[in-house]
Design a protein around this ligand. Structure first.
Ligand code: ATP
Ligand code: CA
Ligand code: CA
Length: 200
């Protein structure tokens, strides 16, 4: 599938109000801990590809006090955790973060990590954030609070073929405008890229 995505830095408070005014559907809220890998056979920073193991849990750990749902789940797991493995291809559009993306759930994140490790893939970085999902006009809108970086908004949808990318992207721009945001302010740098820039 092709993922069409636009991302920009924006304070969540105003966007949240705009989402409410637009009657956007509020979905789940999660903590995501993403481990990105470097490949032994090519430089992902150069090719703009990504291999990632994502661990998600609900509710976010910042919810003070309350025991997380699933904390007494059988098997001794403290949290109910969903693990996904994702491959992202190079960006294919100059005006958005559009690319091929393949993602699947895995039952055991430690095993997945051990497989990549065994194959010579090395952990490049870990990016952690709280993400809240909304749906507006058929687009997924996410409010991201990224550790060490701050607040961001992403608007995305799938395109079934590359011929559709432009219209899906223009729709995403329209959603941004409805939320009081300016598509010209989008950033095409990844969270990992932004963190690496800050570290320089
Ligand atoms: P998603 O949209 O899938 O939920 P996200 O919003 O958490 O992901 P993004 O910043 O949109 O994160 O995408 C992850 C980015 O990390 C990709 O753009 C990828 O190119 C970049 N990346 C992955 N591995 C590396 C690496 N080793 N060095 C630099 N950048 C990398
Ligand atoms: Ca995305
Ligand atoms: Ca993204």
């Amino acid at each position: 599938m092709i993922e069409v995505e636009v991302k920009l830095r924006a304070a969540h408070e105003a966007v949240r109000a705009a989402l409410e005014a637009a009657d956007a559907e509020s979905k789940k809220r999660l903590t995501q801990v993403d481990t990105y890998y470097d490949a032994p056979h090519r430089d992902f920073a150069e090719t703009d590809e990504a291999l990632r193991v994502r661990r998600e849990r609900n509710p976010p750990s910042s919810d003070s006090g309350a025991e997380p749902a699933g904390s007494d789940a059988p098997g001794g797991h403290r949290f109910e955790e969903t693990v996904k493995v994702t491959y992202k291809g190079p960006l294919i559009d100059a005006e958005s973060k559009t690319r091929a993306e393949h993602e699947t759930a895995v039952a055991d994140g430690d095993a997945a990590a051990a497989i990549f490790d065994g194959l010579g893939f090395e952990q490049a970085a870990v990016v952690e954030k709280e993400r809240e999902y909304f749906v507006l006009d058929g687009y997924t809108v996410t409010l991201d609070r990224v550790d060490g970086l701050g607040e961001f908004v992403e608007v995305e949808a799938e395109a079934s073929e590359s011929a559709d990318v432009e219209s899906v992207r223009d729709g995403a721009f329209e959603v941004l405008r409805r939320l009081g945001l300016d598509p010209d302010e989008q950033i095409r740098t990844s969270y990992l890229g932004l963190l690496l820039e800050d570290a320089e």
